[in-house]
Design a protein around this ligand. Structure first.
Ligand code: ADP
Length: 366
Protein backbone atom coordinates (compact mmCIF):
# COMPACT_ATOMS: atom_id res chain seq x y z
CA UNK A 1 0.00 0.00 0.00
CA UNK A 2 1.38 3.42 -0.90
CA UNK A 3 2.41 5.60 2.02
CA UNK A 4 -0.37 8.00 2.90
CA UNK A 5 0.59 11.57 3.54
CA UNK A 6 -0.71 13.46 6.55
CA UNK A 7 -2.41 15.80 4.15
CA UNK A 8 -4.28 12.93 2.50
CA UNK A 9 -5.25 11.55 5.87
CA UNK A 10 -6.54 14.93 6.98
CA UNK A 11 -8.50 15.25 3.75
CA UNK A 12 -9.91 11.76 4.25
CA UNK A 13 -10.91 12.56 7.84
CA UNK A 14 -12.73 15.73 6.79
CA UNK A 15 -14.58 13.87 4.08
CA UNK A 16 -15.57 10.97 6.33
CA UNK A 17 -16.62 13.00 9.35
CA UNK A 18 -20.28 12.60 10.29
CA UNK A 19 -20.60 16.37 10.79
CA UNK A 20 -20.49 19.12 8.23
CA UNK A 21 -17.27 21.17 8.16
CA UNK A 22 -16.55 24.55 6.61
CA UNK A 23 -13.00 25.87 6.59
CA UNK A 24 -12.34 29.58 6.11
CA UNK A 25 -8.93 31.12 5.36
CA UNK A 26 -7.44 34.17 7.02
CA UNK A 27 -8.91 36.31 4.28
CA UNK A 28 -12.43 35.14 5.26
CA UNK A 29 -12.87 33.09 2.13
CA UNK A 30 -14.39 29.63 2.05
CA UNK A 31 -11.71 27.02 1.30
CA UNK A 32 -13.53 23.81 2.07
CA UNK A 33 -17.06 22.47 2.42
CA UNK A 34 -17.00 18.76 3.18
CA UNK A 35 -19.67 16.49 1.61
CA UNK A 36 -21.76 16.47 4.80
CA UNK A 37 -21.90 20.28 4.87
CA UNK A 38 -22.94 20.28 1.22
CA UNK A 39 -25.75 17.80 1.94
CA UNK A 40 -26.84 19.63 5.08
CA UNK A 41 -27.28 22.94 3.26
CA UNK A 42 -28.09 21.55 -0.20
CA UNK A 43 -25.15 23.39 -1.82
CA UNK A 44 -22.19 22.43 -4.01
CA UNK A 45 -18.66 23.10 -2.80
CA UNK A 46 -17.55 24.38 -6.23
CA UNK A 47 -20.15 27.17 -6.04
CA UNK A 48 -18.74 28.43 -2.76
CA UNK A 49 -14.98 27.85 -2.70
CA UNK A 50 -13.21 31.21 -2.83
CA UNK A 51 -16.35 33.16 -1.93
CA UNK A 52 -16.65 35.44 1.10
CA UNK A 53 -17.78 33.41 4.09
CA UNK A 54 -20.21 36.20 5.05
CA UNK A 55 -22.00 35.53 1.80
CA UNK A 56 -22.21 31.82 2.63
CA UNK A 57 -23.62 32.63 6.06
CA UNK A 58 -26.26 34.84 4.50
CA UNK A 59 -27.26 32.07 2.09
CA UNK A 60 -27.59 29.59 4.97
CA UNK A 61 -29.38 32.09 7.19
CA UNK A 62 -31.92 32.84 4.46
CA UNK A 63 -33.09 29.24 4.69
CA UNK A 64 -33.33 29.36 8.45
CA UNK A 65 -36.27 30.31 10.61
CA UNK A 66 -34.48 33.41 11.93
CA UNK A 67 -32.83 34.69 8.73
CA UNK A 68 -31.12 38.07 9.09
CA UNK A 69 -30.50 37.79 12.81
CA UNK A 70 -28.75 34.50 12.22
CA UNK A 71 -26.46 35.97 9.55
CA UNK A 72 -25.36 38.64 12.04
CA UNK A 73 -24.80 36.07 14.74
CA UNK A 74 -22.67 33.98 12.38
CA UNK A 75 -20.44 37.02 11.82
CA UNK A 76 -20.09 37.68 15.52
CA UNK A 77 -19.31 34.08 16.31
CA UNK A 78 -16.71 33.88 13.57
CA UNK A 79 -15.00 36.96 15.00
CA UNK A 80 -14.85 35.17 18.36
CA UNK A 81 -13.76 31.82 16.92
CA UNK A 82 -10.91 31.69 19.47
CA UNK A 83 -13.52 31.11 22.17
CA UNK A 84 -15.09 28.20 20.25
CA UNK A 85 -18.62 29.56 20.53
CA UNK A 86 -21.67 27.58 19.48
CA UNK A 87 -25.01 28.48 18.01
CA UNK A 88 -28.18 26.54 17.39
CA UNK A 89 -30.68 27.30 14.67
CA UNK A 90 -33.45 25.68 12.66
CA UNK A 91 -32.91 25.20 8.97
CA UNK A 92 -35.99 25.14 6.74
CA UNK A 93 -34.44 23.89 3.50
CA UNK A 94 -33.45 21.51 1.96
CA UNK A 95 -35.14 19.85 4.95
CA UNK A 96 -36.30 21.01 8.32
CA UNK A 97 -33.54 20.27 10.79
CA UNK A 98 -32.02 21.72 13.92
CA UNK A 99 -28.34 22.50 13.41
CA UNK A 100 -25.72 23.15 16.00
CA UNK A 101 -22.78 25.21 14.73
CA UNK A 102 -19.46 25.29 16.57
CA UNK A 103 -16.62 27.56 15.60
CA UNK A 104 -12.99 26.62 16.03
CA UNK A 105 -9.83 28.61 15.40
CA UNK A 106 -6.82 27.32 13.46
CA UNK A 107 -4.20 29.50 15.15
CA UNK A 108 -1.19 28.57 13.03
CA UNK A 109 -2.77 29.87 9.84
CA UNK A 110 -5.14 32.49 11.22
CA UNK A 111 -7.95 30.54 9.58
CA UNK A 112 -11.01 29.13 11.28
CA UNK A 113 -13.61 26.48 10.77
CA UNK A 114 -17.20 25.67 11.59
CA UNK A 115 -18.56 22.25 12.58
CA UNK A 116 -22.21 21.82 11.63
CA UNK A 117 -24.09 19.06 13.39
CA UNK A 118 -27.65 17.90 12.81
CA UNK A 119 -29.10 17.76 16.34
CA UNK A 120 -32.73 17.30 15.26
CA UNK A 121 -33.05 13.88 16.89
CA UNK A 122 -31.45 15.03 20.14
CA UNK A 123 -33.86 17.95 20.26
CA UNK A 124 -36.83 15.69 19.58
CA UNK A 125 -35.74 13.30 22.31
CA UNK A 126 -35.39 16.21 24.70
CA UNK A 127 -38.81 17.54 23.75
CA UNK A 128 -40.41 14.12 24.19
CA UNK A 129 -38.84 13.79 27.60
CA UNK A 130 -40.17 17.17 28.68
CA UNK A 131 -43.58 16.39 27.28
CA UNK A 132 -43.57 13.03 29.02
CA UNK A 133 -42.90 14.71 32.34
CA UNK A 134 -45.58 17.31 31.91
CA UNK A 135 -48.19 14.83 30.58
CA UNK A 136 -47.47 12.28 33.24
CA UNK A 137 -47.57 14.73 36.07
CA UNK A 138 -50.77 16.31 34.78
CA UNK A 139 -52.47 13.04 33.97
CA UNK A 140 -51.49 11.48 37.27
CA UNK A 141 -52.43 14.45 39.34
CA UNK A 142 -56.00 14.87 38.07
CA UNK A 143 -57.31 11.40 38.99
CA UNK A 144 -55.19 11.34 42.12
CA UNK A 145 -56.70 14.60 43.34
CA UNK A 146 -60.13 13.17 42.74
CA UNK A 147 -59.40 9.88 44.54
CA UNK A 148 -57.92 11.71 47.48
CA UNK A 149 -60.77 14.23 47.62
CA UNK A 150 -63.53 11.59 47.65
CA UNK A 151 -61.70 9.34 50.11
CA UNK A 152 -61.17 12.26 52.49
CA UNK A 153 -64.82 13.25 52.15
CA UNK A 154 -66.00 9.71 52.90
CA UNK A 155 -63.79 9.58 55.99
CA UNK A 156 -65.09 12.81 57.49
CA UNK A 157 -66.16 12.20 61.08
CA UNK A 158 -68.70 15.01 61.17
CA UNK A 159 -70.86 13.91 58.25
CA UNK A 160 -72.87 10.73 57.69
CA UNK A 161 -73.33 9.93 54.02
CA UNK A 162 -76.29 7.86 52.98
CA UNK A 163 -75.51 4.60 51.24
CA UNK A 164 -76.29 5.84 47.72
CA UNK A 165 -73.88 8.75 48.15
CA UNK A 166 -71.20 6.49 49.55
CA UNK A 167 -71.54 4.18 46.57
CA UNK A 168 -71.38 7.08 44.16
CA UNK A 169 -68.17 8.35 45.77
CA UNK A 170 -66.66 4.86 45.69
CA UNK A 171 -67.66 4.49 42.06
CA UNK A 172 -65.76 7.68 41.24
CA UNK A 173 -62.75 6.45 43.20
CA UNK A 174 -62.81 3.19 41.25
CA UNK A 175 -63.19 4.97 37.91
CA UNK A 176 -60.33 7.32 38.63
CA UNK A 177 -58.13 4.44 39.81
CA UNK A 178 -58.82 2.73 36.49
CA UNK A 179 -57.71 5.88 34.72
CA UNK A 180 -54.46 5.87 36.67
CA UNK A 181 -53.92 2.21 35.90
CA UNK A 182 -54.55 2.77 32.21
CA UNK A 183 -52.06 5.62 32.07
CA UNK A 184 -49.40 3.55 33.76
CA UNK A 185 -50.09 0.60 31.43
CA UNK A 186 -49.80 2.95 28.46
CA UNK A 187 -46.49 4.30 29.69
CA UNK A 188 -45.16 0.79 30.17
CA UNK A 189 -46.32 -0.28 26.70
CA UNK A 190 -44.73 2.81 25.22
CA UNK A 191 -41.39 2.22 26.89
CA UNK A 192 -41.41 -1.44 25.87
CA UNK A 193 -42.20 -0.43 22.33
CA UNK A 194 -39.30 2.03 22.30
CA UNK A 195 -36.96 -0.64 23.56
CA UNK A 196 -38.28 -2.95 20.82
CA UNK A 197 -39.45 -5.31 23.54
CA UNK A 198 -43.23 -5.28 23.11
CA UNK A 199 -44.26 -8.92 23.36
CA UNK A 200 -46.80 -10.01 20.78
CA UNK A 201 -48.01 -13.62 20.74
CA UNK A 202 -49.70 -14.19 17.42
CA UNK A 203 -52.08 -17.04 16.88
CA UNK A 204 -54.74 -17.80 14.26
CA UNK A 205 -57.62 -15.62 15.45
CA UNK A 206 -61.20 -14.89 14.40
CA UNK A 207 -61.21 -11.11 14.28
CA UNK A 208 -65.02 -11.08 14.05
CA UNK A 209 -65.29 -12.36 17.62
CA UNK A 210 -62.87 -9.74 18.93
CA UNK A 211 -64.80 -6.98 17.16
CA UNK A 212 -68.15 -8.15 18.53
CA UNK A 213 -66.82 -8.29 22.08
CA UNK A 214 -65.18 -4.88 21.84
CA UNK A 215 -68.35 -3.31 20.46
CA UNK A 216 -70.38 -4.80 23.31
CA UNK A 217 -68.01 -3.27 25.86
CA UNK A 218 -68.10 0.08 24.07
CA UNK A 219 -71.90 0.09 23.84
CA UNK A 220 -72.12 -0.23 27.61
CA UNK A 221 -70.10 2.96 27.98
CA UNK A 222 -72.38 5.22 25.99
CA UNK A 223 -76.05 5.96 25.45
CA UNK A 224 -75.55 8.68 22.88
CA UNK A 225 -73.96 6.42 20.28
CA UNK A 226 -75.16 3.35 18.44
CA UNK A 227 -72.94 0.79 16.80
CA UNK A 228 -73.40 -0.77 13.40
CA UNK A 229 -71.28 -3.79 12.48
CA UNK A 230 -70.66 -4.59 8.86
CA UNK A 231 -68.65 -7.79 8.89
CA UNK A 232 -68.00 -9.74 5.69
CA UNK A 233 -69.78 -13.11 5.77
CA UNK A 234 -66.62 -15.05 5.05
CA UNK A 235 -63.78 -13.75 7.18
CA UNK A 236 -60.58 -15.77 7.23
CA UNK A 237 -58.59 -16.07 10.42
CA UNK A 238 -55.79 -13.55 10.96
CA UNK A 239 -52.49 -13.70 12.81
CA UNK A 240 -53.22 -11.77 15.98
CA UNK A 241 -52.47 -11.55 19.65
CA UNK A 242 -56.09 -11.41 20.85
CA UNK A 243 -55.28 -9.41 23.98
CA UNK A 244 -53.36 -6.78 22.01
CA UNK A 245 -55.91 -6.49 19.20
CA UNK A 246 -58.64 -6.11 21.83
CA UNK A 247 -56.58 -3.27 23.30
CA UNK A 248 -56.40 -1.59 19.87
CA UNK A 249 -60.12 -2.01 19.24
CA UNK A 250 -61.01 -0.67 22.68
CA UNK A 251 -58.82 2.32 22.12
CA UNK A 252 -60.28 3.15 18.69
CA UNK A 253 -63.85 2.67 19.89
CA UNK A 254 -63.19 4.78 22.97
CA UNK A 255 -61.81 7.56 20.75
CA UNK A 256 -64.81 7.28 18.41
CA UNK A 257 -67.05 7.89 21.44
CA UNK A 258 -64.85 10.57 22.96
CA UNK A 259 -64.36 12.62 19.80
CA UNK A 260 -68.01 12.42 18.70
CA UNK A 261 -69.41 14.03 21.85
CA UNK A 262 -72.81 14.69 20.28
CA UNK A 263 -73.25 10.97 19.75
CA UNK A 264 -74.35 9.29 16.54
CA UNK A 265 -73.54 6.18 14.62
CA UNK A 266 -70.24 4.36 14.89
CA UNK A 267 -69.69 1.84 12.12
CA UNK A 268 -67.27 -1.05 12.43
CA UNK A 269 -66.38 -2.82 9.21
CA UNK A 270 -64.25 -5.90 8.53
CA UNK A 271 -63.41 -6.87 4.99
CA UNK A 272 -60.80 -8.91 3.17
CA UNK A 273 -58.37 -7.09 0.93
CA UNK A 274 -55.76 -9.29 -0.68
CA UNK A 275 -53.81 -11.02 2.07
CA UNK A 276 -55.18 -8.83 4.84
CA UNK A 277 -58.32 -8.27 6.81
CA UNK A 278 -59.05 -4.55 7.06
CA UNK A 279 -60.89 -3.34 10.15
CA UNK A 280 -62.41 0.16 10.00
CA UNK A 281 -64.02 2.23 12.71
CA UNK A 282 -65.95 5.24 11.47
CA UNK A 283 -67.51 7.90 13.66
CA UNK A 284 -69.57 10.99 12.89
CA UNK A 285 -67.67 13.27 15.19
CA UNK A 286 -65.57 16.36 14.75
CA UNK A 287 -63.14 14.74 12.30
CA UNK A 288 -59.44 15.47 11.95
CA UNK A 289 -57.94 18.27 9.84
CA UNK A 290 -55.97 16.75 6.91
CA UNK A 291 -52.64 18.14 8.14
CA UNK A 292 -52.96 16.10 11.34
CA UNK A 293 -54.02 12.75 9.88
CA UNK A 294 -50.54 11.31 10.31
CA UNK A 295 -49.53 13.25 13.37
CA UNK A 296 -52.36 11.87 15.52
CA UNK A 297 -50.25 8.70 15.70
CA UNK A 298 -47.29 10.59 17.20
CA UNK A 299 -46.68 10.14 20.89
CA UNK A 300 -48.43 12.79 22.99
CA UNK A 301 -49.92 14.49 19.94
CA UNK A 302 -53.41 15.88 20.47
CA UNK A 303 -55.23 17.94 17.85
CA UNK A 304 -56.66 20.18 20.53
CA UNK A 305 -54.58 19.70 23.66
CA UNK A 306 -56.76 21.92 25.82
CA UNK A 307 -60.10 20.29 25.11
CA UNK A 308 -58.89 16.68 25.04
CA UNK A 309 -57.07 17.22 28.31
CA UNK A 310 -60.44 17.96 29.82
CA UNK A 311 -61.84 14.63 28.71
CA UNK A 312 -58.69 12.92 29.86
CA UNK A 313 -56.14 11.28 27.64
CA UNK A 314 -52.42 11.32 27.32
CA UNK A 315 -52.04 11.32 23.56
CA UNK A 316 -50.42 7.89 23.79
CA UNK A 317 -53.34 5.68 22.76
CA UNK A 318 -52.96 5.89 18.98
CA UNK A 319 -49.16 5.70 19.08
CA UNK A 320 -49.46 2.45 21.02
CA UNK A 321 -52.27 1.11 18.82
CA UNK A 322 -50.23 1.73 15.68
CA UNK A 323 -47.15 0.18 17.26
CA UNK A 324 -49.13 -2.93 18.17
CA UNK A 325 -50.55 -3.29 14.67
CA UNK A 326 -47.14 -2.79 13.07
CA UNK A 327 -45.66 -5.43 15.36
CA UNK A 328 -48.30 -7.74 13.86
CA UNK A 329 -47.05 -6.90 10.37
CA UNK A 330 -50.11 -4.72 9.72
CA UNK A 331 -50.69 -1.04 8.96
CA UNK A 332 -52.83 1.63 10.60
CA UNK A 333 -53.98 4.98 9.23
CA UNK A 334 -56.71 7.59 9.57
CA UNK A 335 -59.02 9.19 7.04
CA UNK A 336 -61.28 12.13 7.63
CA UNK A 337 -63.34 14.61 5.68
CA UNK A 338 -63.88 17.84 7.62
CA UNK A 339 -67.22 17.74 9.39
CA UNK A 340 -67.87 14.14 8.31
CA UNK A 341 -66.19 12.32 11.16
CA UNK A 342 -63.09 10.13 11.15
CA UNK A 343 -62.29 6.64 9.99
CA UNK A 344 -59.47 4.65 11.55
CA UNK A 345 -58.37 1.57 9.66
CA UNK A 346 -55.92 -1.18 10.37
CA UNK A 347 -54.88 -4.40 8.67
CA UNK A 348 -53.96 -7.81 10.02
CA UNK A 349 -52.38 -10.54 7.90
CA UNK A 350 -54.62 -13.44 6.93
CA UNK A 351 -53.45 -16.89 8.05
CA UNK A 352 -52.34 -18.82 4.94
CA UNK A 353 -52.13 -22.57 4.46
CA UNK A 354 -48.37 -22.30 4.06
CA UNK A 355 -48.03 -20.50 7.42
CA UNK A 356 -49.90 -23.33 9.08
CA UNK A 357 -47.67 -25.95 7.49
CA UNK A 358 -44.65 -24.18 8.93
CA UNK A 359 -46.62 -23.80 12.11
CA UNK A 360 -45.61 -20.21 12.64
CA UNK A 361 -46.74 -16.71 11.67
CA UNK A 362 -45.05 -14.86 8.77
CA UNK A 363 -41.73 -13.28 9.57
CA UNK A 364 -42.64 -9.57 9.92
CA UNK A 365 -43.76 -9.87 13.53
CA UNK A 366 -41.87 -7.66 15.97
P1 ADP B 1 -55.83 10.87 23.53
O1 ADP B 1 -57.20 10.44 23.12
O2 ADP B 1 -55.39 10.31 24.83
O3 ADP B 1 -55.62 12.34 23.41
P2 ADP B 1 -54.87 9.34 21.23
O4 ADP B 1 -53.48 8.95 20.88
O5 ADP B 1 -55.87 8.27 21.37
O6 ADP B 1 -54.75 10.22 22.54
O7 ADP B 1 -55.36 10.36 20.12
C1 ADP B 1 -54.54 11.46 19.74
C2 ADP B 1 -55.37 12.61 19.22
O8 ADP B 1 -55.98 12.24 17.98
C3 ADP B 1 -56.52 12.99 20.12
O9 ADP B 1 -56.12 13.86 21.14
C4 ADP B 1 -57.48 13.64 19.13
O10 ADP B 1 -57.08 14.97 18.92
C5 ADP B 1 -57.25 12.87 17.84
N1 ADP B 1 -58.26 11.81 17.63
C6 ADP B 1 -58.14 10.50 17.94
N2 ADP B 1 -59.25 9.81 17.59
C7 ADP B 1 -60.09 10.69 17.01
C8 ADP B 1 -61.41 10.61 16.43
N3 ADP B 1 -62.08 9.45 16.35
N4 ADP B 1 -61.95 11.76 15.93
C9 ADP B 1 -61.27 12.93 15.99
N5 ADP B 1 -60.04 13.07 16.53
C10 ADP B 1 -59.45 11.97 17.03
Amino acid sequence: MAATTTRELAQDALTSLADGVTLVDDGSRVVLLNPQAQTLFGVRAEDWIGKEVAEFYRAVAKNSTVGEILAERFEQQAARAQETPRLEFTLRAPREQVIEAKWFALPASGAFGVLWRDVTRDKEAEQIKNQLLSTVSHELRTPLASIKGFATTLLRQDVRWDEATQREFLRIIEEESNRLEELIDNLLDMSQMEAGALRIRREPTQVRRLVREAVEVAQRRTEAHWFVMDLAAELPRVWADPRRVRQVLNNLLENAIKYAPEGGQITVTCEVEGENVVVSIADRGQGIPPEYLERVFDRFFQVDGASTRKTGGSGLGLAIAKGIIEAHGGKMWAESAPGAGSVFRFTLPVVKESDLLQNEPPAEAG
